[in-house]
Design a protein around this ligand. Sequence first.
Ligand SMILES: [Mn+2]
Length: 439
Amino acid sequence: MQLIHVSDSHLGIFTKEYNKTDPLTGMRIRTEDFTKSFLYVMEFAVKEHVDAVLMCGDIFDRIDPVNKVRKDVLDSLMKVTQSGVKVVIIGGNHDTARLPGSASPIQLLEHIRGVHVFHKPTTEPLTLNEKNGPEGVDIYPFPYLPPGRWFDYAKTKSELRVAEGELTYSERNELICGAISRTLRDTGNIARSRGHRKSILMMHYMIEGSDMGHSLDLVNDIVIQKNMIPFSDFTYVACGHVHKYQRIQLPGKNGMAFFSGSTERTSFNEFDEEKGFILVNTDGNRDFRTEFISVPTRTMRLVEVKCTGMKNHTKDEKDPLQDLLKALGQIKSRGEDKEAIIRILVRNATAELKAKVNLNQDALENLLRDSFHWDIDYDLKKEDIHPSMKAGEVFLKPSQELERYVVAMNKIGENEKKRIIKLGTKILECILEKTGEQQ
Ligand SMILES: [Mn+2]
């Protein structure tokens, strides 16, 4: 039997920094990138005649995706299921409603024949059978639930007497983790009671020890401790939530949990991560064979430029702005800028270079005009990070600051510069005279 394990397609995502729209359709290009990656996986499923696609949470980036995204997902799931491929969907933190009475966008998909949606935990397995063969596998869905809703599962008769507000943060946390742990154990017990059937646990949670990549937004999350997963009761543990593809060793000989990772990069933090899904082959006795299949995505490129300091530079010293422009020119000549998201990271930068770049935005813009988006980040020299620490050195007198600023300007002639400095200094003198300060 062949299965696809995929997660975190984050359809409908909208990021402020990459907000270009397609002039023909009016649609946001970056949002469409995510749809394209998702459709690539769906087309693969149809082409390779897999038996099922397991979607481990966060298909949608938000609880209220736009209609275009809903339609794209509905259309593609219709196509996939009509070709005989089953689809199992669990909720993630992005596409699960916070309020118990509200609805999640994945619930719209459960009306498609061949699609199974789980937006709350259940110990009841779903049996999937091979399209053209005798094999079958039990699926145990363990979707994401907001912490507040886990609290309801935690309530026992004695706990009910304690109002939620009377609990401390750690008491509340303990109850939630206890509820998750208990539900996972019950699920494992059911799997074991069904004998030696092949079984898959699908979940959308971070696991202790998972590599979050450079992503920092998962810091305050519920973390499943490794010993909470009754891994020996499952043949395969399919996880979503963490965006970097990885396998996690669980205690014991064969214990292993897999994160397929996201299908596109949700932020620049993921720039160096390969994106894709896992093709799972259930043939064989106990262990499943897995293969990571990558999905085409938009290139994110980090361009690191090392600049020599400009402070007190003499005429013989190289101009760091020229270093930067030269590095970008090389990227361009290799065609690496085309349609890419580029971040320039200037190492060893000075506040002075930063000011110079700001004054030469159009030169950079012109060089990188074939890119999809570019921005610039500075790894400032230590003394330039906290100028107030060295007030005497870095914070010059107003007239000196003005002179330094004007001298660094590019498109102004020397005589003009002298005139600006002269006039500016006069203005500063007047101001300082009035406020009673010494120039
Ligand atoms: Mn998630």
